[in-house]
Design a protein around this ligand. Structure first.
Ligand code: PEP
Ligand code: MG
Length: 323
């Protein structure tokens, strides 16, 4: 919870010099939709669908998923809802999937790797449900894939979407192909962001995983928490590279890791060029208030100085001077 009282801004916000920045909510269940709207979310920037698959004995079927996704779209009729396809493995277990123990789960079979492999059936059902929901719900649906590391993975995922669209077409089922995107969560994705951005409509940076992999510091290990910090210059440089690659390829780019919800970092992130910031709903009013104070030229200057910094300490000092 925030300490300062800040008014909720239900409307979209722009910087003092008129650049619109979309501020959206991260959520995992439809129970959270109302709260997101109440905090002034412009839409949903990360719908973590794995929660739909937890606390039950078997996965949700296609119709149940259509209903859940359409409900989110109806909650934001003027907005965008970014649904992430199933992201299990690593820190995200699902009991009935019987995930094998792995020595290095964060470097193992997780995210899109499972969807293109062991969980292919679940992936197909989920994509069918998403394409059907895109035609049914009021808002705009976007779908993104987690933990992509190679162009081959992305191409395979996009091919699955094409196949499913043809199947639905042949069966005479109503569907629409949503906007498609990739999460930038691995150093590989940051380095190949130009190739990814050329193939999709948008990128979304997952800084929780990106910081963990860039810094080789597990996200849940307190002993290395000082390393798992997105203020480290290499993480900022990875973000900068992804933003530039997205914009060079006419894709929009958002951020949905914890970093996006820190009001002390809003100016830096706007300066880096992020088009959208998605966060836990409680931080939305604070971040919207920050956006309205920003001058984009000043913010770019902060970003350039942070990108030129040698250490996290230097980055902190640059940010402290601004506040
Ligand atoms: C991330 O990795 O930053 C992210 C948003 O995904 P998750 O926290 O669900 O892994
Ligand atoms: Mg992640």
């Amino acid at each position: 919870a925030t300490e300062r009282e800040v008014d909720v801004r239900a409307e979209r916000v722009e910087t003092a010099d008129g650049r619109e920045v979309e501020v959206a909510a991260n959520l995992g269940t439809s129970a959270e939709l109302e709260g997101a709207d109440a905090q002034g979310a412009d839409g949903v920037g990360l719908y973590r669908t794995e929660f739909l698959f937890l606390d039950r004995e078997s996965p949700p079927d296609e119709d149940e998923q259509v209903e859940t996704y359409a409900e989110a779209l109806d909650a934001f009729p003027e907005g965008r809802v970014v649904v992430r396809t199933l992201d299990v493995g690593g820190d995200k277990p699902v009991p009935y999937l019987d995930l094998p123990e792995e020595e290095n789960p964060f470097l193992g079979n997780r995210g899109i790797r499972r969807s293109l492999g062991d969980d292919g059936d679940l992936f197909e059902t989920q994509l069918r449900a998403l394409l059907r929901a895109a035609a049914e719900g009021a808002g705009t649906l976007s779908v993104m894939f987690p933990l992509v590391a190679t162009v081959e993975e992305l191409d395979a995922a996009l091919e699955r979407v094409d196949e499913i669209a043809s199947d639905l077409d042949e069966a005479g089922v109503d569907y629409a192909v949503p906007e498609l995107g990739v999460m930038v969560e691995t150093p590989a994705a940051a380095l190949m962001a130009d190739e990814f951005a050329a193939r999709v409509d948008f990128l979304s940076i997952g800084t929780n995983d990106l910081a963990q992999y860039v810094m080789a510091a597990a996200r849940e290990n307190d002993a290395v928490a000082h390393l798992h910090d997105p203020r480290h210059p290499p993480v900022l440089r990875a973000i900068d590279r992804a933003v530039e690659a997205a914009h060079d390829n006419d894709a929009w780019i958002g951020m949905c890791g914890e970093m996006a919800g820190d009001p002390e970092l809003t100016e830096l992130l706007v300066g880096l060029g992020l088009d959208e910031l998605s966060m836990s709903a409680v931080t939305i009013p604070d971040v919207k208030a920050q956006v309205e104070e920003i001058d984009t030229a000043d913010a770019r200057d902060v970003a350039d100085r942070a990108l030129a910094a040698s250490t996290k300490g230097d980055v902190r000092r640059i940010l402290d001077q601004e506040s």
